[in-house]
Design a protein around this ligand. Structure first.
Ligand code: COA
Length: 387
């Protein structure tokens, strides 16, 4: 149905336990994004900027977007911070595309950053917890691992399944992470190691969880009709969907479906005029292994309980028929909250330009990126195509 905007440049730092602070991480990702623009772009070409960040650990809780203007060398342009927890990046992309649709003629910068590893573990639990429900979850001691553990045990019970498919998600995403030089973890794990790993929130063990990571990512967007001024291989945004749900999972009718993902996916596919069969690979929000199974179902690629068999069949491997998280996903690549949604789009940008090196998905022409805030309270779905 036509392109809504184009990504013409993208940059990424390494994800992991890193020395630099958030300002330096932002600077690296943004300068890499400028450097990636084939025909050249500079800070003076930027007309507006959006920063995705939770402000983990208390870093610049207010007015953080001005820092992005400074670190991008674009002081003076309007800057806005987008904070929807782990879905901040997906919502920042949506804000940028809407700015372009509202008439922005210059480049729009989207960056995400989080610095998480310099915070002691009790404070870390607090900063992760603030994105869940305060009254019924955080103050009762329920962590995100706890919420997803409840969802996972209900999923396995409801569909009479063992934990093998959860473990297979971890095995696959760790395998993909070995091909991604930016990934937090670049080591393989076996199904037995995953199943035997220390319990975090049963049935989820250590390898079912995303890690706590530092990192940043950035994108440069242009109106679709002027994208070729910047590059011969733009990546087009063709569909966008976004939705929200009750913050506390206890308010929802079902534990094992994320209504926000379903609504966002329907909106994105309707807007783009695409059929699900046209999608060549997925970047989904696998903060815990169960979340990847739910995503495959809520996005419409498997029926209830069927994502387990789909995963065990090998279909979601990088060389399978529905490659999912070729960059290692949140599980192995890492999950610096505000940076995650932007990082998923960075991977889409590389894959659709056939520039993903050893982890290139052979048939990558159309991609879906799915970003979730907390335990499903907010979600975005973006559909992108190669030029
Ligand atoms: N997957 C695989 N290995 C992990 C890991 C993970 N998620 N988290 C930590 N490790 C490894 C570390 O690299 C370290 O290995 P080493 O001993 O070889 O160096 C070891 O496990 C211990 O690391 P540590 O940082 O002490 O772990 P921890 O017990 O403090 O934290 C979790 C582990 C799972 C609790 C933590 O990663 C976590 O809270 N993850 C979820 C984050 C989250 O909720 N994000 C929001 C999602 S909605």
């Amino acid at each position: 149905m036509g392109h809504r905007a184009a990504i013409v440049g993208a940059g990424h730092t390494r994800f992991g336990v890193l020395e630099p602070g958030p300002r330096a991480l932002l600077r690296s990702a943004v300068s890499a994004a400028f450097a990636s623009v084939d025909h050249g772009a500079a800070p003076r070409d930027v007309g507006e900027a959006f920063l995705a960040s939770l402000g983990f650990g208390g870093w610049q809780i207010g007015n953080a977007s001005a820092v992005l203007g400074e670190e991008a060398g674009a002081v003076g342009v309007p800057t806005t911070r987008v904070e929807n927890a782990c879905a901040s990046g997906g919502f920042a992309l949506r804000a940028a595309v809407r700015a372009i649709e509202a008439g922005a003629r210059e480049l729009v910068l989207v960056a995400g950053v989080e610095k998480m590893t310099d915070v002691a573990s009790a404070r870390r639990r607090y900063w992760l917890g603030v994105s869940g429900d305060t009254e019924w979850e955080r103050l009762a001691g329920l962590t995100f691992a706890g919420v997803y553990g409840l969802i996972a045990s209900h999923y396995l019970f409801e569909h009479r399944l063992g934990p093998e498919a959860l473990a297979e998600v971890a095995v696959k995403n760790h395998e993909n992470g070995t091909l991604n030089p930016n990934a937090h973890f670049q080591k393989r794990v076996s199904r037995e190691e995953v199943l035997r790993s220390a319990r975090v929130a049963d049935p989820l063990g250590l390898f079912d969880c995303c890690p706590v990571s530092d990192g940043a990512a950035a994108l440069l967007l242009a109106p679709a009709d002027s994208a070729r001024r910047y590059t011969d291989t733009p990546v087009y945004v063709d569909g966008l969907g976004a939705a929200s749900d009750h913050l506390a999972v206890q308010e929802r009718p079902e534990l094992t479906r994320f209504e926000a993902t379903r609504r966002a996916a329907d909106e994105a596919f309707r807007g783009a005029g695409w059929d699900r069969s046209e999608v060549s690979f997925l970047e989904v929000h696998d903060c815990f292994t169960i979340a990847e199974l739910l995503a495959l179902e809520d996005l419409g690629f498997a029926g209830p309980g069927e994502a387990a068999a789909l995963t065990l069949s090998g279909a979601t491997r990088r060389t399978g028929r529905l490659p999912t998280n070729p960059d290692g996903g949140l599980k192995a690549k890492g999950h610096p909250i505000g940076a995650t949604g932007v990082s998923q789009l960075y991977e889409v940008f590389l894959q659709l330009r056939r520039a993903a090196g050893a982890r290139q998905v052979p048939q990558a022409t159309r991609a879906l990126a799915h970003n979730v805030g907390g335990a499903g309270a907010t979600a975005t779905v973006s559909l992108l195509s190669g030029g």
